[in-house]
Design a protein around this ligand. Structure first.
Ligand code: F6R
Length: 617
């Protein structure tokens, strides 16, 4: 949801900013802009509508802009159309203050009105321009320095922001502020960077500071000084990023999405390695001590609410079936965007589990805060270290997917599944529903998932052929029951978000209550059948569709060959414990989405209208 980058040091800033923005383009790509300053000279602002390459062409890859200090932005429009006028950076009329912003200023209308009365004029429709002018207003009215002017502004604005700001009277310096939008600061000793996400600066440094909520910083070449809202200096530790720049490169794959699909076996292994240990008795056990999640804590849990958005909530639906079946703890899955507004009733002995790849999703973060405000214990399953959700949750179970760049999640989803199986098994053990031997057997079976995914990937051309043949379709439906229904939700989202083919996931038994009227000759219906207790039922529902002219694709477990009597085409995944079926069945569906989008010539890694990290509500 918008990417920001800033640089001050000894190199020409514009190429550094463009290279950083390239790695942030997944966060938004409807316009982009740079502000670069050459010493004491006036700052030059250049913007372009559309993808980053338009801006890059305009400034000759950055070589047309001279200066050692600058800020850049790639936008995902919220306020104001996606055009050059609304592209960032935004400047006060006299260019005293120039800034880039990620987030939303909720009370920008009221700020704009106030400033208009004071004589300020606005040249865009954005909320950002209101903040820029407010900083300028306080700076001049109170004749204070940048930090005090920003602090006064932050007290007035409501909403979320990561701001990088340049002041006319402070050449070579960048000021930053943050609330509920991600931002990291990197340094090499004689250069300083700011960015929305780590990949933007990994080519230059792996030493970063995490700036906290309602904190500000002054960046000079090689140095970052942090302040709280009172303007008092605060100390921050430097953290070393564990992964390197190659992890955020395509490494020969055509797209990040297909690279990340292939990285799933390794990502799952890494996530399991963090929590699964071998005991002296030769039995595998789960160790959540890294998360501070003891068996005593879990033994007492009366109910679980899983709060998440999009694919992460689809993990929640799988987890619901697995936890309820194994541990017999009631689980409710909550769409984070609805959770806090319906004033949830939470049992004091309940547990709220939030799931998020980015750790910055605004709705999920607010759901977490709602739970904390009610005094409920919270667990976060998160991929990004140091993210807001990771910092605010009581317990953090990290997934080890590494950087996920494609907008459509694949490997993070798979690792979230693993983390939730581990949670389910731990809960079941603490509730006395599984003994040590059964736990070990389940963990051994989980250990086979990476190899089985590898087998599915080796046969990816078959999915590719099918996807290419069906790429011209308008609609697709996914049906399944229980865990299969949860798999359908993710399969359907993967298909529609990257290929733009309309698709819906339905609980198989529910189809005939209305939606089946959409089935006509040739409508693609994908039936997912990995759960033996509902296999025959889903098969009957597929038969109902076939009788009405639908074209049936079956996705089932090896051995279930009777599907072929009903389905027109069938894909098989290896056998596993049925609780873990989503980990395998999702892979052909990820491939289906990917190859359909490729066949249609869509921009797979950056689907239209989307952004990777949704930091606005
Ligand atoms: C879909 C997708 C989204 C995210 C959702 C939550 O492919 O990636 O639906 O799952 O926006 O994002 P995180 O996990 O970062 O909270």
């Amino acid at each position: 949801m918008c990417g920001i980058v800033g640089y001050t040091g000894g190199q020409q800033a514009a190429p550094v900013l463009l290279s950083g923005l390239t790695r942030l383009e997944y966060r938004g790509y409807d316009s982009a802009g740079l502000a670069v300053r050459n010493g004491e000279a006036d700052t030059v602002v250049v913007k372009a509508e559309g993808k980053l390459k338009n801006l890059s062409e305009k400034v000759d890859g950055g070589h047309a802009l001279k200066g050692l200090c600058g800020i850049g932005h790639t936008r995902w429009a919220t306020h104001g159309a996606a055009n050059e006028r609304n592209a960032h950076p935004h400047a006060s009329a006299d260019h005293n203050v120039i800034a880039v912003h990620n987030g939303i200023i909720e009370n920008y209308v009221e700020i704009k009105e106030k400033l208009t009365h004071k004589g300020y004029e606005f040249s865009s429709d954005t909320d950002t321009e209101a903040v820029v002018n407010l900083i300028d207003y306080y700076y001049k009215k109170y004749k204070v320095g940048p930090i005090d002017a920003i602090a006064k502004t932050l007290v007035r604005v409501r909403g979320s922001y990561a701001l990088a700001i340049m002041f006319k009277e402070y050449p070579g310096e960048i000021y930053v502020a943050r609330k509920d939008s991600p931002m990291i600061i990197g340094t090499t000793g004689d250069e300083t960077f700011v960015a929305s996400d780590v990949p933007a600066i990994l080519n230059y440094t792996r030493q970063v500071y995490y700036i906290g909520n309602l904190e500000m910083a002054r960046l000079t070449p090689g140095h970052a000084e942090f302040y709280d809202l009172n303007g008092d200096i605060i100390e921050k530790p430097l953290t070393k990023i564990e992964w390197n720049a190659e992890a955020a490169e395509k490494q020969g794959y055509e797209h990040f999405m297909i690279k990340e699909i292939h990285e799933q076996p390794k990502a799952i292994e890494d996530t399991m390695k963090a929590y699964v240990k071998m005991g002296d008795d030769g039995l595998s056990t789960i160790d959540f001590s890294e998360a501070g999640l003891t068996k005593e804590i879990l033994a007492d849990v009366s109910q679980i609410h899983i709060v998440a958005c999009g694919s992460a909530s689809h993990v929640g639906y799988v987890a619901q079936y697995v936890i309820e079946d194994l541990a017999r703890i009631p689980v409710r899955v909550e769409m984070a965007s609805e959770f806090r507004y319906r004033k949830p009733i939470l049992d004091p002995k309940g547990l709220v589990v939030v799931i998020s790849q980015s750790g910055e999703t605004a709705d999920t973060l607010e759901g977490l805060r709602e739970a904390k405000a009610q005094g409920i214990r919270t667990v976060a399953i998160v991929n990004v270290k140091g993210s807001s959700i990771a910092r605010e949750a009581d317990h953090v179970v990290y997934t080890y997917a590494g950087p996920e760049i494609a907008v459509a999640t694949t490997k993070a989803y798979s690792c979230q599944l693993i983390a939730s199986y581990l949670l389910a098994i731990t809960c079941a053990e603490t509730k006395g529903r599984l003994d040590a031997g059964q736990v070990s057997d389940l963990l051994m079976e989980m250990g086979t998932i990476p190899g089985k995914i590898q087998t599915i990937l080796e046969d990816k051309e078959r999915v590719q052929r099918f996807a290419t043949g069906f790429a011209a379709m308008h609609d697709a439906f996914f049906i399944g029951r229980s865990i299969d229904y949860a798999i359908c939700m993710e399969g359907s989202l993967k298909l529609k978000e990257v290929s733009y083919i309309h698709s819906e996931a339905y609980a198989a038994g529910e189809l005939k209550h209305g939606t089946i009227s959409l089935v006509e000759e040739g409508t693609l219906m994908i039936g997912v059948l990995t759960q033996s207790n509902v296999y025959e039922k889903t098969l009957s529902n597929m038969q109902e569709v076939k009788s009405r002219g639908g074209f049936l694709m079956g996705l089932t477990t090896a051995g279930n060959y009777t599907v072929e009597d009903t389905a027109d085409v069938t894909f098989y995944v290896p056998k596993t414990d049925e609780h873990f079926a989503a980990s395998l069945a999702v892979v052909p569906l990820q491939l289906l989405g990917y190859y359909s989008a490729v066949a249609r010539g869509e921009d797979v890694d950056k689907p239209r209208n989307l952004a990777k990290s949704v930091t606005v509500e």
